[in-house]
Design a protein around this ligand. Sequence first.
Ligand SMILES: [Zn+2]
Length: 401
Amino acid sequence: MHPKKATHQQTKRRNRDLVLKMIFERDPISRAEVARVTKLTRATVSDIVAGLIEEGLVKEAGYGESLGGKAPILLSLVADSRYVIGLNLAQDKFIGSVANLRGEIKETIELPVDDTVGEQALGLVYRILDELTSRGWRPLFGIGVGTPGLVNTREGIVVNAVNLCWQDLPLAELLRARYRLPVTVLNDSQAMAIGEFVYAGSHPSDGNLVVVNVKHGIGAGILINGRLFQGDGGGAGEIGHVVVHENGAPCRCGKRGCLETIASATAVVQRAVALAPEYAGSALGHDPRSISLESLESAWRADDPLARQVVSEAAQCLGASIANLVSVLSIHRIVLTGDMARFGDPWLQSVRESMVRASLARMAQDTQLEIGTLGFKACVLGASAFMLLENYDLLFTQAAE
Ligand SMILES: [Zn+2]
């Protein structure tokens, strides 16, 4: 191919992606406004929009406010023009959902994991995807996976997921070969961060956000200028295995005293079981082996002393770790999500107090800490949104000119 022509085609594609991104983010928006924000000419924008309408991705939807002359026609994304599958492999059950371009979930399938690992866990992934890809949601433009562990996103490899016994698993390649669809693979906390960023709240599209996911493990996802920040090794935000208590409890990673051994959902249950004999007054003390996250939550809400101790200690430890994130990143918005969020505002308050105590006063004062609103959906939606945000090209069914 002639090099000059290739450049011209690349520019055309880049402009088209830019216009589509603008309509996605600022829906509904007029052609003139798209031209103003993207700095493309009105003629170029009109041309591109004609192509997007032909592709079925964009439609004209009513009129905007007139600024003197004729009222401008508004453009809107056709939410159901494409579908994407999002997977969350980080729960005690695998969850797969089909969503449209607006992140509206159309169908969800869940399968219990029950300590399934290795090839068998991969088999569960296939079962969910076999099912979801056969349900007639078309056109299906890709699969986005959120998985626990360290992930090489560029190559789609799960480097190490301890709970699933996956090491150097080429997940994207396997799924691509089986389903003939584009696949992206992300760490689940990073996926949740994207989900919360794109589909919850009113984050400016070029804003910053940290999402701390506190479930059986602990991880964070970091967005800088609206883009996921993975760091040089892909593990940016892996705060769960930072040692906070020398010679503390053993951790599943092989070390002792990691943040996870105190602040995670698994840790609070284990600590409550261990400490129960010392708490004669606690309702949980009667049958320590039956303590679960649910019973701990009820006890916490009833101000049970044992529940208060383990959950408060977990919150304090988490708050101190978040103070590190605050001082390294100076990002003002931090969202907490995952199983521990069930302990609600008093838990959040305790995390905040500890973060403030461990931070430079002025930096903590400017930091907003809140609980996420999407729950498990954050991961499936984030995994699918990542595919969309990184690959607008994949939305096009006709070959680029
Ligand atoms: Zn660890």
